[in-house]
Design a protein around this ligand. Structure first.
Ligand SMILES: Nc1ncnc2c1ncn2[C@@H]1O[C@H](COP(=O)(O)OP(=O)(O)OP(=O)(O)O)[C@@H](O)[C@H]1O
Length: 536
């Protein structure tokens, strides 16, 4: 059985994922390093180096990578360390240009499932590993891209390994998986690592290449990369700068007076921006400042689009927008209200005790009202998750982070690779057209988190979670959940978007339950309220 795929880079960047490897003590890591070193020495792999400098070289390599790299490798794959080191060195010495290596791994016999050759397994996590660690994209007649389950044709299947290194950057993994799909490869396993010197090391096990030789495979990957880069940079250079200019003009009228803005402390760092607390004109504000390295890039487009969407909305459960600051050479930022309670993900996962039903309902109703407003305004959030819901004073929650939100027709549909796997609707995972009902699916996961205080699919990697959802696997709702709430969650995460309710219906259902359970005024359920009070 192959090991589970590791964390996606996007999840690492967003910081809401978790390692696929169990935490290990540093002495375990040291022992593993030592055993790998001894195995390589015994196999005569140290080349011209003496044992001590060979040890130092190996340690320098391990130091650059996260600890889970060692655990993922284990002793069995000790020799791969040398190949990985070579790929990383080549990339570093080559001005961080992309480097690909490919090799044939093994030929496996695939037999059709109904012939009974797939081992029976009750655990859905295990079943996924056995059957479905494949991301296959098919191009339909309309050239939309979708993922399908792996082919169940019987016969031999060749497995290859692709090792890739380049300068690390946000969304690289999505681009890479799209590149491999375009070449016709199905990803069966993915291990992705970022190094301390800002390179990535990505190892994919793939099928779909019909011969054992790999020269033509590498050529095909490089050609596809060149073609994709050419297409992107041509259109990017003409459209990207034009688009940025256009967006800057559109936000020009929300420019605030920089001299009235004061920053106090740094709150967080996102993938391309840093967040500060501050004051503006007497208001307590949050300033999201685009890092200089992301100027004139797709991140700037996303940043400006976020400002544009925020500018056009005004609702008590949507993060309040004060303005942009684009004219100042040092500060390119979006100013919003400051939310003292931080994000809902951190709040939930720092609780020791489950939340009372009334508090759950009150939070859920507020989120639903914010979402109802967005959908009424033809905005699909596309990345609704607890990390993007912020907590203010007096138990108020607001929806934030419109980084990937798009204005779209409620009737019309869009395709895109976006959002975070654990909250993602199956139609998005499957690269099918989707609409506002994708947000309803994500809301079901948020409701489940409110009830359980758990990370969704915490025994799975994000990729496994996505593949499970694609196969119809859903989270387990605790048996003591209010039946109305269980039913609502099940409706909201229905496979068929048409079956999922719209937010006005969701609000009615939640308010009904609230009415049933709310104690008379002056009741005694106060403890949860205290939990939601301001942190600052
Ligand atoms: N207005 C705000 N007030 C207080 N804290 C905020 C505010 N906006 C964001 N934060 C905090 O900063 C964190 C990072 O915010 P950000 O909008 O960059 O989200 P991100 O998803 O981590 O980044 P990105 O998606 O842009 O890579 C949030 O999770 C939240 O805890």
């Amino acid at each position: 059985m192959p090991p589970p795929p590791s964390l996606t880079r996007e999840e690492l960047v967003e910081g809401t994922g978790e390692s696929s490897s169990p935490p290990r003590s540093s002495s375990v890591h040291h022992d593993l390093r030592r055993r790998i070193y001894e195995l390589l020495l015994a196999a005569g792999k140290q080349g011209d180096s003496d044992p001590s400098s060979f040890w130092d070289t190996l340690c320098a390599h391990f130091d650059k990578l996260p600890d889970r790299y060692l655990v993922d490798l284990g002793e069995e794959k000790a020799e791969e360390v040398l190949l990985h080191r070579k790929v990383l060195d080549e990339c570093a010495n080559n001005g961080k240009q992309p480097v690909f290596k490919a090799r044939f791994l093994e030929c496996i016999q695939v037999q059709q499932k109904d012939e009974g050759t797939y081992p029976e397994c009750d655990d859905p996590t295990q079943r996924l590993l056995l059957e479905d660690l494949t991301l296959e994209r098919i191009h339909g007649a309309d050239n939309t891209v979708s993922m399908s389950s792996p082919s169940r044709d019987s016969g031999p299947m060749l497995l290859h390994e692709i090792i890739f290194s380049s300068k690390d950057k946000p969304k690289l993994l999505m681009r890479l998986t799209s590149l491999l799909s375009e070449v016709g490869l199905n990803i069966r396993e993915a291990h992705v690592y970022s190094t301390t010197d800002n390179l990535c090391l990505d190892v994919f096990v793939v099928d779909g290449w019909k011969t054992k030789e790999t020269d033509a495979l590498i050529t095909r990957i490089k050609e596809t990369l060149t073609r994709k880069n050419g297409a992107t940079s041509n259109s990017a250079s003409t459209s990207s700068s034009g688009k940025i200019l256009e967006l800057r003009q559109q936000v020009a009228d929300c420019e605030i007076d920089w001299s009235m803005l004061k920053t106090t402390e740094k709150i967080a760092s996102g993938s391309y921006a840093d967040l500060y607390r501050g004051t503006y004109n007497g208001y307590d504000v949050c300033i999201k400042i685009l890092r200089i390295t992301h100027f004139d890039s797709p991140s700037e487009i996303e940043f400006l689009q976020q400002a544009l969407i925020l500018r056009g909305v005004n609702h008590e459960h949507i993060l309040k927008f004060y303005g942009t600051c684009t004219g100042h050479p040092k500060c390119f930022g979006i100013v919003t209200e400051y939310m003292p309670g931080g994000n809902l993900y951190d709040f939930l996962h720092n609780q020791n005790d489950i939340l009372g039903l009334i508090l759950i309902l009150k939070i859920a109703i507020q989120i639903s009202k914010g979402m109802e407003y967005l959908h009424q305004n033809r905005i699909i959030h596309r990345d609704l998750k607890t990390a993007n819901i912020l907590i203010g004073y007096n138990q108020v929650v607001k929806i934030a982070d419109f980084g990937v939100a798009r204005v779209g027709s409620r009737e019309g549909q869009m395709t895109a690779e976006t959002g975070t796997y654990r909250w993602m609707a199956p139609e998005i995972i499957n690269h099918k057209p989707y609409d506002h009902k994708a947000d309803v699916f994500s809301f079901a996961i948020v409701l489940w988190e409110l009830i359980t205080l758990k990370v969704p699919y915490d025994t799975m990697t994000p990729l496994q979670a996505a593949l499970g959802v694609r196969q119809g696997f859903r989270l387990e709702i605790p048996s003591d959940t209010h039946p109305g709430l269980s039913e609502l969650i099940e409706q909201c995460w229905d496979e068929d978007p048409d079956v999922r309710p719209v937010f006005p219906e969701i609000i009615v259902q939640l308010e009904d339950i609230l009415q049933q359970v709310q104690p008379p005024k002056g009741g005694h359920r106060r403890s949860n309220k205290a939990k939601m009070q301001k942190k600052s």
